[in-house]
Write a protein that binds this ligand. Structure first.
Ligand code: HEC
Length: 191
């Protein structure tokens, strides 16, 4: 009798975790479907702005267009989508929370072992005091065009340097090279 009960509960347990694995795969696919167009649109906006008015005019892409798009995508999908980093330019919007910091540090380790940065992702279902959440992050690899504002001092022209110094006196988001992890797009979705 006791043995039977144990077996039954074991079966229930394993099917519950299989269920969770299915859900995780589904949530991951849904997150990729949201993040893919978001990142593509940002890269396109950035190229367009640089072509039209040089790197200075592209400031609005990272400063206004990206947060506005993130807000809209969040509202439309019932989740929170943000861009986060370990070295932020805007601490108000870009500061990573504990889960994001942990995953970003793992991303850095994975990159150091040779994993390609542009395909790097992390996903997990986490419990918090106020409920369950699906958490997802995709690394943002620095593109060659990004160094005009996130690169080494020699990559950033004087006008941009002056604008950045004025708007972001605590800027940490410079010194990057193409291919490095600038940060991640992060999704937090209530379940
Ligand atoms: C013309 C300058 C400029 C260029 C080019 C630029 N950025 Fe930014 N970036 C900024 C500014 C300004 C902010 C701060 C935005 C804000 O106020 O929230 C920022 C913020 C960010 C953030 C949010 C985290 C943080 O540090 O605050 C990410 C992620 C980011 N940029 C990635 C990129 C990537 C990837 C590229 C290339 C595709 C890029 N940026 C190109 C100026 C630029």
């Amino acid at each position: 009798m006791k043995k039977q009960f144990a077996l039954a509960s074991l079966l229930a347990l394993s099917s519950a975790s299989a269920y969770a694995a299915d859900d995780l795969a589904k949530y991951k696919d849904e997150s990729r479907a949201v993040i893919g167009p978001f990142v593509q649109k940002l890269i396109a906006e950035n190229k367009k702005a640089v072509m039209e008015g040089g790197p200075e005019s592209a400031i609005k892409v990272c400063k206004d267009i990206a947060p506005a798009m993130a807000g809209e995508v969040s509202r439309m999908n019932g989740l929170r989508l943000t861009r986060v980093s370990l070295k932020v330019r805007n601490p108000l919007l870009g500061t990573a929370d504990a889960w994001e910091q942990k995953k970003l540090m793992e991303f850095e380790k994975r990159a150091a072992k040779g994993e390609k940065t542009d395909a790097m992702e992390a996903a997990e279902i986490v419990k918090e005091p106020n409920g369950k959440y699906f958490r997802y992050m995709k690394a943002i690899a620095l593109q060659p065009g990004c160094v005009a504002c996130h690169g080494k001092p020699a990559d950033i022209n004087e006008n941009v340097k002056a604008r950045l110094a004025e708007d972001y006196p605590h800027d940490q988001a410079t010194g990057y090279e193409a291919g490095q992890i600038r940060g991640a797009v992060s999704i937090k979705r209530p379940l």
